[in-house]
Design a protein around this ligand. Structure first.
Ligand code: PEP
Length: 252
C-alpha cells in the first residue's frame, strides 16, 4: 500500500553515542505527534546500526542501512551482506544513492543485483535515482530517470514491488541548498508513476511510494509534500537535527 514516509539518511555522520542519542530524541519527538499513516525511518552508519535498531524497537522509528553488497558472503573486504543486516535487526536498505553511484562507482548493473539480494532476504529497498544538472539543463532528465529505474528495477516481477520504495533525488539538489520546485518534483513523480504503470500496471504504480530528496528543509517540506505524487522525503542534512527532522515529519 502507498505510504507516507520520511526517511533520514545520516550518511557518514554521528558516532555511536551520537547515533543512539539522536534516534532516542527522534523517537521521543514523534511519539507525541500521533502519526498514524506515516513511517519514519533513519539510516545510521553500519557501526551504529545494531544499537540504533535496538533503541528504536517499540517506537515509531524504523532503521535502514545506507548500502549493502549483493553477495551473500565471501572475499569482499569492507562489505556487508543483506543477511548480516538482517542479523542485527535491519530490514530496510537504501540502494543507489547518488553518492554511492558517483564516489563508489555503483552502476545500474550492480544495483540490480543488490536489489535482488535485498528482496531475496525479504528486505525493503529505498531505491534512489536522479539526474545531474547537465541532464536537467539539456532536458534529458526524464530519459536519465527512466533508464535508471528500468535498469535497476524492471527485471522484477509486479509482486516484488510491494517491497520497493522509490526516491527521486535530483543530484543538483542534494546537499546544495537548492531544491527542485514542488512543481518540478510533482512533474517527475507523475512521470515515474506513468512509466511504472506502462511497464507493470496501475496497481503497482498507484501503490508504490515515491519520495523526493534534495535539500528538503522545515521551510519547504510542506509545499513539496503537498503535491499529489510526492509521498514523503529522503532527508540528508536536515535529518541530523532532531528539531528540523521533526518539523519535516510534521509537514507531511
Ligand atoms: C540525500 O543525501 O539523500 C539528501 C537528500 O541530502 P540533503 O537533504 O542534504 O540534500
Amino acid at each position: 500500500m502507498r505510504q507516507k514516509i520520511v526517511a533520514g539518511n545520516w550518511k557518514m555522520n554521528n558516532n555511536l553515542d551520537e547515533s543512539k542519542s539522536l534516534v532516542k530524541k527522534v523517537a521521543k519527538s514523534i511519539k507525541k505527534n500521533k502519526l498514524k499513516n506515516t513511517r519514519v525511518i533513519v539510516a545510521p552508519t553500519f557501526v551504529s546500526l545494531e544499537k540504533v535498531a535496538n533503541k528504536a524497537k517499540g517506537t515509531k522509528v524504523e532503521v535502514a542501512a545506507q548500502n549493502m553488497h549483493f553477495a551473500k558472503n565471501g572475499a569482499f573486504t569492507g562489505e556487508i551482506s543483506a543477511e548480516m543486516l538482517k542479523s542485527v535487526g535491519v530490514e530496510i536498505v537504501i540502494l543507489g544513492h547518488s553518492e554511492r553511484r558517483e564516489y563508489f562507482g555503483e552502476t545500474d548493473e550492480m544495483l540490480a543485483k543488490k536489489v535482488d539480494a535485498a528482496l531475496e532476504n525479504k528486505m525493503e529497498v529505498i531505491f534512489c535515482f536522479g539526474e545531474v544538472l547537465e541532464d536537467r539543463k539539456s532536458g534529458n532528465h526524464f530519459n536519465v530517470v527512466e533508464s535508471q529505474i528500468k535498469n535497476g528495477l524492471y527485471h522484477l516481477e509486479a509482486k516484488d514491488w510491494k517491497n520497493i520504495i522509490l526516491a527521486y533525488e535530483p543530484v543538483w539538489a542534494i546537499g546544495t541548498g537548492e531544491t527542485a520546485s514542488p512543481e518540478q518534483a510533482q512533474e517527475m513523480h507523475a512521470f515515474i508513476r506513468k512509466i511504472v504503470a506502462d511497464e507493470y500496471n496501475d496497481d503497482v504504480s498507484e501503490n508504490v511510494s515515491i519520495l523526493y530528496g534534495g535539500s528538503v528543509k522545515p521551510n519547504n517540506a510542506q509545499e513539496i509534500f503537498g503535491k499529489p505524487d510526492v509521498d514523503g522525503g529522503l532527508i540528508g542534512g536536515a535529518a541530523l537535527n532532531k528539531d528540523d527532522f521533526k518539523a519535516i515529519i510534521d509537514a507531511i
